[in-house]
Write a protein that binds this ligand. Structure first.
Ligand SMILES: O=C(O)C1=C[C@@H](OP(=O)(O)O)[C@@H](O)[C@H](O)C1
Ligand SMILES: C=C(OP(=O)(O)O)C(=O)O
Length: 421
């Protein structure tokens, strides 16, 4: 396996068509819901490792150990699915996954009758599921009620919602704290409804009726988080550059469609063409940007790198969850931006400032911290100068064809041809 990849751009305008993968968030929800529905045809599932892994694990329900690797959705969604279907098994993941908290979800599942033990550190994977004492269905009960914190990961809430219809009284979740990544909760509810579930989003309260899912078909949309890297490339490319991205919808369930409005300020104009196709065109950027990432944390790295590279003073808030993702993304951004003369400064009270007045790309090597988004967020800098990325295979988590797609629009990769990971 190659340990680094050098990217160069031969100068000139950027143009062409880039394929984005299917959304891994939609794919992984659809796979769990289909497993609960007992059928349904899922089209355009993602080729992301996170989705391939979810498919493999769901195909072997009697496995003694489920290894979720570095996939947060797989760890959280499968824990709820396996716990509520009464399975006795273990769930584990990479060293980093063992540092990503799961207590909020495990506590809630225990309230729903699951017996769960931590095998290593309290509140963190690996876990042992010891079966479940199902709640009896009683005449009086309205919903089974849970209070769940929304300020650590929305994935716990999505995981609980998806098993909600299988509970005898359904589920009413009271959200507490500042709720992050809320569009992902809405996406979960939308997909559940697509599969026949009755659920309501009342803001701080979410309700799911007890009911069998319907086995139905679904076609997964392209991944807007993946699209953000192409927006970054257009933002950094010379005037006259434009790109076409198929499979992205004007009306999306993905909150990362927020990239359209953010990048409009960083100089990328979006046109929604027929057949779910986007056309991105380079325009002049604004002089500054202020953006809250509470709803779209996966866009933060893309935007920080572009803002620093263009020298656009940018204020970022809502970055709390970045510290517990594939790596501490704040520290990783700070280290890597500094190599180029950029910075991400903690101003206190949750406010971060990006600057890049002396930003220069000239053969630096970017570390990727086992984080696909570090690799993909820094790759567009190759439009400004040669650049080397360590451990380029990290992109397989969400976008295995990323380097190939770069080659297709004219980037030169060394080693060449682009390795298949
Ligand atoms: O539900 C999902 O599919 C996701 C939710 C978000 O995580 P958090 O809810 O932990 O912020 C996001 O960062 C992750 O990439 C995917
Ligand atoms: C945070 C991410 O994924 P997950 O939490 O599912 O591992 C991501 O893809 O950026």
């Amino acid at each position: 396996m190659n340990s680094s990849l050098t990217l160069t751009w031969s100068t000139g305008q950027l143009w062409g068509t880039a394929q984005v993968p299917a959304s891994k968030s939609e794919s992984n929800r659809a796979l769990i819901i289909r497993a609960l529905a007992g059928g349904g045809d899922l089209r355009n599932l993602s080729d992301a490792n996170d989705t391939q892994l979810m498919q493999r694990l769901l195909a072997d329900p009697a496995a003694p150990v489920f290894d979720a690797e570095d996939a947060g959705t797989v760890m959280r969604f499968l824990t709820a699915y396996l716990a509520m279907t009464g399975r006795q098994t273990e769930l584990t993941g990479t060293a980093r996954m063992q540092e990503r908290p799961i207590k909020v979800l495990a506590d809630a599942l225990q309230e729903l009758g699951a017996r769960i033990e931590y095998l290593n550190q309290d509140g963190y994977p690996p876990l042992r599921l010891l079966g479940r004492t199902p709640q009896p269905a009683t005449e009086e009960a309205d919903f089974t009620e849970l209070k769940v914190r929304g300020d650590i990961s929305s994935q716990y809430i999505s995981a609980l919602l998806m098993v909600g219809p299988t509970l005898p009284h359904g589920l009413r979740i009271w959200l507490t704290g500042k709720v992050g990544s809320r569009p992902y909760i809405r996406m979960t509810l939308a997909l559940m409804q697509h599969f026949g579930a009755q659920c309501r989003d009342l803001g701080e309260v979410l309700e799911v009726r007890p009911q069998a899912y319907e086995a139905t078909n679904y076609t997964v949309e392209g991944d807007w988080s993946a699209a953000s890297y192409w927006y970054a490339m257009v933002a950094l490319a010379p005037a006259g550059s434009h790109l076409t991205l198929p499979t992205l919808r004007r009306y999306s369930w993905q909150g990362d469609q927020a990239i359209v409005a953010i990048m409009a300020q960083l100089g990328v104009h979006t046109e929604f063409l027929a057949d779910e196709t986007l056309r991105l065109t380079k325009r002049a950027p604004n002089a500054s940007l202020t953006q809250d990432f509470t709803d779209c944390p996966d866009l933060a790295q893309t935007v920080a790198v572009v803002a620093a590279a263009l020298g656009i003073p940018t204020t970022m808030t809502g970055l709390e969850s970045l510290r517990i993702k594939e790596t501490d993304r704040i520290a990783a951004l700070q280290n890597e931006l500094a190599k180029f003369g950029g910075s991400l400064t903690d101003e206190g009270a949750g406010v971060f400032q990006v600057s890049g007045q002396d930003f220069r790309v000239a053969g630096q090597t970017v570390a990727t911290y086992h984080d696909h988004r570090m690799a993909m967020a820094f790759a567009p800098l190759a439009l400004l100068g040669p650049l080397t990325l360590e451990a380029p295979q990290v992109v397989r988590k969400s976008y295995p064809q990323f380097w190939r797609e770069l080659e297709k629009v004219g980037f030169v990769t060394d080693p060449t041809p682009a390795p298949v990971f």
